[in-house]
Design a protein around this ligand. Structure first.
Ligand SMILES: [Zn+2]
Ligand SMILES: [Zn+2]
Length: 429
């Protein structure tokens, strides 16, 4: 009996101890008790810097669901950012990222915010297709948020504020510009990117654009930037495989691009025009819209639909857009004279008031501040009093202009437009 009694007492003591121990672990304030559990997960939760973040491990799953319910990221996506009159595209594949152009300097705030909202702080490639302001300008904003491994550009120097600003941000990261050659191939995750152009010498800046073809599974995407007839002809002559599922239409739909012959070679099922509303150039042109319609493509336009996102599963592509439009995308926008002031473009899908508010870092690129006052600034322009087109002094058209039509004008862009002049489609004054 005694033993039995002791046995019972011991059992009770053991039970009490077990209970106390379990309670103490529940209420413990010692973080150290919890850390081992956390440590087990952390290697999987913290991605290698600059590497893919979409490893499909369970621990991150519940968090990931909470954090980004509004945007499921497919393995391959292209975001054609609405940067008004300009080009900017973000290509995402298997956790890797490439930015092709960044819009104007004033779009730096948008490119910065767009990457920041998605926490894309590393770009495998930054491509400046050519140094015109409506392509190079906003890359400064992207580089102010994200680091880059490789920066591609057809030239290493160009005498504009926007271009110098772009290279300044690259310099800070210790990244030099690489001039690619036609035929170069590189990978972006499981996608393959081929440089098709420029193929050789060219006469105007737009015909020296870096032209890229991206292939993902059976789908393909052709980025011709501002290539005009000259480069299109050169690409056709080079005999590369231009055929693509999606065509980023050349030069914002300008009439001197997207020739019938070129379009036949590309044979796209879908086309995207990156163009600003009331852009003053008459882009996209009636001719290009007609040619695209005749080719039977499905057309998307940033001036009508805002940012356009194209997703591929390797077999087929699907599109979603920031805005819906009831307009026929093949309808010409009409003749616009005055470019609208650059509006701060809503980059995202949320309407919680945080949009566009994402402040660029303290040392922000010139974009926002400088561009706000750019309209009032006085510059030197060259007017052609015969054609009523005005140019930047460095524009190649200026050297071909006859002296009697040439007039040097110091003043603001608005003044010149008010005088009835149109901006040149090559130099984008
Ligand atoms: Zn352009
Ligand atoms: Zn251009």
């Amino acid at each position: 009996m005694r033993r039995g009694g002791w046995g019972g007492t011991i059992l009770v003591i053991v039970l009490v101890l077990v209970l106390l121990l379990s309670l103490s672990s529940v209420f413990s304030e010692h973080e150290a008790d919890l850390l081992p559990g956390q440590e087990r997960w952390s290697p999987q939760m913290v991605p290698e810097p600059g590497k893919e973040t979409n490893t499909k491990e369970e621990p991150a799953a519940s968090d990931a669901e909470k954090e980004e319910p509004e945007e499921e990221r497919a393995d391959f996506e292209i975001h054609f950012l609405d940067v008004g009159q300009g080009d900017a595209a973000l290509v995402l594949c298997d956790g890797h990222a490439m930015m092709i152009d960044g819009g104007k300097a004033a779009d730096s705030q948008l490119t910065y915010a767009y990457l920041a909202q998605r926490e894309i702080d590393h770009l495998d490639y930054v491509v400046c297709t050519h140094p015109h302001d409506d392509h190079a300008g906003g890359l400064a904003g992207a580089l102010n948020y994200a680091t880059a491994d490789v920066a591609l550009c057809p030239v290493t120097e160009y005498d504009t504020v926007a271009f110098r600003n772009f290279t300044k941000y690259l310099d800070r990261q210790g990244v030099a510009l690489t001039v690619p050659a036609a035929g170069d191939v590189f990978r972006l995750g499981s996608a393959e990117v081929t440089v098709l152009g420029p193929t050789g010498e060219y006469e105007i800046v737009n015909d020296g654009c870096i032209v890229l073809k991206i292939e993902y599974g059976e789908t393909s995407f052709l980025f011709t930037a501002d290539a005009e007839l000259g480069e299109e002809q050169a690409l056709l002559a080079a005999g590369g495989d231009l055929r693509s599922t999606v065509l980023k239409v050349g030069h914002h739909g300008g009439e001197t691009s997207t020739s019938e012959e070129f379009l036949r070679a590309v044979a796209p099922e879908y086309a995207v025009i990156s163009v600003g509303k009331n852009n003053g150039y008459g882009h996209p042109s009636e001719g290009v819209l007609g040619r695209l319609k005749d080719a039977g493509v499905e057309l998307y336009r940033t001036d009508l639909q805002g940012t356009v996102i194209c997703t591929s599963d390797g077999k087929a592509v699907t599109f979603r857009t920031e805005r819906k439009t009831d307009k026929d995308s093949f309808e010409h926008p009409g003749v616009m004279i005055l470019p609208e002031p650059v509006d701060p473009v809503d980059p995202g899908e949320k309407t919680d008031g945080t949009d566009g508010e994402v402040a660029p870092e303290p040392d922000q690129p010139n974009g926002t501040e400088e561009e706000k006052t750019v309209q009032e600034r006085t510059y030197t322009y060259i007017l052609n009093t015969n054609t009523y087109v005005f140019h930047e002094p460095y524009c190649p058209s200026v050297s071909q202009m006859s002296e009697k039509n040439k007039q040097v004008y110091e003043g603001t862009r608005d003044e010149i437009i008010a005088m009835g002049f149109r901006p040149c489609e090559r130099c984008y004054p």
